[in-house]
Design a binder for this molecule. Structure first.
Ligand code: C5P
Length: 222
């Protein structure tokens, strides 16, 4: 059977990773979370006190940085220079800084090259902001997931509370809106729907509904 690349893009907290994981599992494809890669370099920059606005310093840092995404039954693990940072890259500090790191064209160039190498053999579901437009423009299936900001903030909020984390709905809403604004307005491959992507509004759909819609698109291409 022919292996495809499935690109899933969309704004923050639109359910991309949850759905991408399900689709990858059903197809026995590899799931690649490109946001985790930007988060990993952001984590390292913060740890080493590298200024997130200093493009040259970030590029130098990246040159000696190894980021590995390991497939696990219980989900993906993120290794930064062989150290497991899966949880560490989800803190507010990383979340609030990652879009500044991801703005820089030369940072993106490095990341995109890594991501293209991972997608080369197909059989991948990749989620991010520029997968359908820049990383895999010839992906066989392109999906653009959207949902209202209220819905996205509420989902994150519920998720946080379930995990026993402190959570403030209004703050979440502000953080999501701010990140979307920076991601959409940046010069280098901004968050935008690819012309040939299928847009799915997930506001009133269940995760299972969304996964089914994507799998139906995949089957059309078989
Ligand atoms: O997907 P996630 O929300 O974890 O991504 C974190 C941030 O990484 C995004 O807000 C965006 O700034 C950046 N990103 C990006 N391009 C991608 C994936 C993520 O710029 N392909």
């Amino acid at each position: 059977q022919k292996l495809f690349a499935i690109a899933i893009d969309g704004p923050a907290a639109a359910g991309k990773s949850t759905v991408a994981k399900i689709v990858a599992h059903r197809l026995s494809y590899i799931y690649i979370d490109t946001g985790a890669m930007y988060r990993a370099i952001t984590f390292k920059a913060l740890e080493q006190a590298v200024d997130v606005n200093d493009e040259a310093a970030l590029v130098t840092l990246l040159k000696s940085t190894d980021i590995e995404l390991i497939q696990h039954d219980e989900g993906q693990r993120v290794l930064l220079d062989r150290q497991d940072v899966t949880e560490a890259i989800r803190t507010n500090d990383v979340t609030n800084n990652v879009s500044y790191v991801a703005k820089h064209p030369l940072v993106r160039e490095d990341m995109v090259a890594r991501q293209q190498e991972l997608a080369e053999k197909r059989g991948v579901v990749m989620d991010g902001r520029d997968i359908g437009t820049k990383v895999i423009p010839d992906a066989e299936v392109k999906i653009f997931l959207v949902a209202s900001v209220e819905e996205r903030a509420m989902r994150r909020h519920t998720e946080n509370l379930k995990k026993g984390f402190e959570s403030n709905l209004e703050e979440l809403k502000k953080e999501i809106e701010k990140r979307d604004l920076i991601d959409s307005k940046r010069e280098a491959s901004p968050l935008v729907k690819a012309e040939d992507a299928i847009e799915i509004d997930t506001t009133s759909l269940s995760i299972e509904d969304v996964a089914e819609r994507i799998l139906a698109e995949v089957n059309k291409n078989v």
